[in-house]
Design a protein around this ligand. Structure first.
Ligand code: AMP
Ligand code: MG
Length: 347
């Protein structure tokens, strides 16, 4: 996920959203009883749909939810120079820098996923993300130089397997300049959870929020489930699974087709393996996670993508109530027993 509102990304973005809410891609196509609105936030299209709320009330309920996402973006965008997170990344290394408690808490969640995934999930890989520049405009067409990657790797390995992020009540201490915070693997999920809470506070019981592939569902549509399609990773118009979900439920997908370029026949994409400094090549090309909350689904989809099938499913077992749908390079797939899909087929 990138945090810059980039129209170029979005041109493909509407088609590339990992999860398509069938028949619900725009306000006008909303079926009876559903009100939807879409905004450009956190570098992606955020769609909120609510069911069973009268016209004006729906708009009024959605507004604080969108505002909450905007608030979170201004707190933790890497690209708004004024955000507390950007200022942390600019601060001198080896010293404690004060950050708002909410940001420290989210970072602590990221560090915890880093620990559980043995470093596959790395909220501190900001400098590596900057080297690759998948959030840049124009998007990259070539990998970083070997020297730049080697330099990052040696600075990173100086930390001897530590994440290099120390969080205390006083603030956050980043160990060296190979470490900087990139919350892209977790923050959209967090924002979606918080936005759903705003809808709940406004009295909305039935809703769906989709932030570019990080999705959370509450209730149903008058007893009918929310109908969701999972995108074929190699065909933007194809669907590999169809899900009928009733909330509370969250669903996130990480895929190698969201931001990528091909160079000399090699696909380089935005999910990075902190161990190599390169795009993760674990044998998986798409990972979808169903979970009780969106933050967990978001972090796990990224972590499992990097870990691959075997180690990824072992990590998943640490999280009760979480289920996975994995698509391999050869387009075969595997889904865990409790993954809810009404229909799934190889792409
Ligand atoms: P997602 O689309 O949720 O899988 O997140 C991908 C985004 O997370 C990227 O655009 C980066 O901002 C960030 N990211 C990339 N690789 C990792 C990783 N190994 N651990 C944590 N965050 C990552
Ligand atoms: Mg993620």
């Amino acid at each position: 996920m990138a945090w810059r509102g980039k129209w170029r990304w979005l041109a493909g973005g509407a088609a590339l959203l990992a999860l398509l809410v069938i028949g619900r891609l725009s306000f006008t196509s909303a079926p009876p009883g559903v009100h939807s609105a879409t905004r450009l936030q956190m570098g992606t299209l955020v769609t909120i749909s609510v069911w069973g709320v009268a016209d004006g009330a729906a708009e009024r309920a959605m507004e604080p939810a969108f505002e909450e996402i905007a608030r979170i973006e201004s707190l933790m965008s890497r690209f708004l120079a004024s955000s507390p997170l950007a200022r942390l990344n600019e601060a001198p290394r080896g010293r404690t820098h004060p950050v708002p408690g909410e940001l420290a808490q989210l970072m602590a969640r990221g560090v915890e996923f880093g620990r559980l995934s043995r470093g596959a999930f790395d909220i501190g890989l900001g400098p590596l993300s900057d080297l690759w520049g998948f959030s840049r405009e124009p998007p990259p067409t070539a990998p970083p130089s070997r020297e730049a990657l080697q330099n990052w790797r040696s600075r990173r390995s100086a930390l001897q397997g530590e994440q290099g992020i120390e969080i205390t009540p006083e603030g956050v201490n980043l160990a060296n300049d190979a470490v900087g915070v990139d919350p892209g693997g977790i923050a959209k999920g967090y924002a979606v959870d918080q936005a759903m809470e705003k809808l709940r506070q406004a009295g909305v019981e039935n809703a769906l929020i989709n932030a570019g592939g990080d999705m959370r569902i509450a209730g149903s549509k008058g007893g009918k489930p929310w109908h969701i399609g999972l995108r074929d990773p190699r065909n933007p118009d194809g669907v590999v699974a169809v899900m009928d979900l009733v909330g509370p439920k969250a669903l996130s997908t990480s895929g190698d087709y969201e931001r990528f370029f091909l160079a000399d026949g090699v696909r380089h994409h935005h999910i990075l393996d902190p161990r190599s400094g390169e795009s993760a090549r674990s044998g998986l090309i798409s990972v979808s996670i169903q979970a009780p909350d969106s933050l967990t689904a978001d972090a796990l989809s990224t972590a499992l993508f990097v870990l691959g099938e075997q180690a990824g499913l072992a990590l998943l077992r640490l999280f009760p109530g979480c289920e996975a749908f994995l698509i391999r390079e050869d387009l075969s797939f595997v889904q865990t027993e409790g993954f809810i899909a009404v229909r799934s087929k190889a792409p």
